[in-house]
Design a protein around this ligand. Sequence first.
Ligand SMILES: [Zn+2]
Length: 590
Amino acid sequence: MFWCEEVAAQCHGPQIINDSKTPSGRVHVGALRGVLIHDAIFRTLRSKGIEAKYLFGVDDYDPLDEIPAGKDEHFSQYLGQPLCNVPAPDGSDATDMAEHYMGEFWGVFRELGVEVEPYRMRDIYRSGRFNNAIDTILRHADVVRRVYKEVSNSDRPPTWYPFQVVCENCGRIGTTEVFAYNDGKVSYRCREDLVKWARGCGNQGSVSPFDGRGKLPWKLEWVAKWITFPVTIEGAGKDHSTKGGSRDVASACLRAIFAKEPPANVPYEFFLVGGAKMSSSRGLGASARDMADLLPPEVLRFLMIRTKPNSPVNFDVNEDGIVKLFNEFDRYHTRVTRDKNATPDEALVYQLAETRQKGDYFLPNFQLLSTLAQMPHLDPMLEIQKRHGAPLTETECHALERRLKSAAFWVEHYAKEEEKTRLQESLPASHVTLSVTQYAFLQRLGGALANVAWEDDQLQAAVFETARLTPIDQPLAFKAIYRVLLDKDAGPKAGNLFAYLERAFLQKRFLEVPLDKAIFWKETALTQEQLVEWMVLQKPKIASYEHAIQSAECGHVLELTVTMLDGKKHMRRVWLPESVESTSVLSALV
Ligand SMILES: [Zn+2]
């Protein structure tokens, strides 16, 4: 059973899903995993007719405990204050820091089609919605202390209370500790040395803990959310879900104080983006926003949803990684919408990835698109439309535009120099790394292209046939093509690429490589014994063959062109000793 289905199978009655984020800086790409896991569960429940809500909380009453990269000057004075009370960085239209960073994240939600009921902790606390939970928890502070000890083996002194007040003097919340709760008031002090990252003012006071004057520590805040909303499903990252970890502590507090069962957990592993380049000085690649710029929504959703939550998602943004991801998505797309041979799991993943069902539509291959996008003389949008045959639908135009954007973003921000695909204006110097047989293949291909219909499939077929007639192993043949055209080892499907280039340009390039026939023959000629052995082995598959003698200064070879029953032609060649007549070699073969 697919993982979302497993979660749904455990659900009885209406469900309330909850997730949240602390907006203490640009939201990291890793936060998308939880968002999309919960969204997949939400959609699965809805599709089964189960009533469900997806709540998403902004934990903006958390203290500022770390300054976003490069923003020391603005933020350092506010360390320890609730995020919602910290002014937004210069140039921002947002009312405060929390809104500033959440604004970008909400934008990603919209693009990904994630529809949540948002709430902000400032509103929850200030409106008094948590007053009952706060009162109950504070009256059971001894129970909380006992649970902390039993579950996570952490000692809290008898004067410790699970609450932090917003200091009436300095406005910090991260520096205060409560040491008593009597008659609806907490007694607190604002300590200089409570935490390393902020300095309290030394103020002492007694104040009501209600209506936004303070907050619960986050493990108890979890409890208050679960009991108040009330939450039935909330997944947590694996770092919180370990034995004795924060999730266990919160669950034990809920049971001990409220005698309720915690929501279903869906522990999930990290979302890793391969390569150390992610946190480079350019600061690009590490945020959720960057990932949403790089990948179209359906591909990003696909990446997150197809993997079970308890396995890490490791996405490599190198060329291989991104091409593989798009190709995988396209494979699901084709199997589900065109060939109708998808497994039930594949169909579910695809449906959850596409936020609205579009049926079958044309998706241009990403690698080809990325290559075309890097060719300055081409307008890929126009070329693809031209070659597609039928006019593109609105969905197809949109998909094409979005993929072009992905390709451009990838090239600009992620591609290493050697991964960039530049059509070479002239034969690149690195052609000298090719073997003589590869040169021979290219020359033969240059000749063969004279008579090929300029269509992807025919061009691709010509490449294969030329490889068999050289003969050369296919991977070496393709490497030769990419080397002389793109100055690299790999590229999009050759037939597709050729179709976008001029016949004369390709022929000239392939024919201009040097060729030393003597060495070529030495590299490819068989001994007579090898040739006989090959012919014997192939005999049942051979339809016909013809021969020709080629001569050069270095000697003579007999070239045998063998046509197989499947119509494919193969070439085998053998040296002719000066003294032996070709006819005698041939008779030896037959
Ligand atoms: Zn203070």
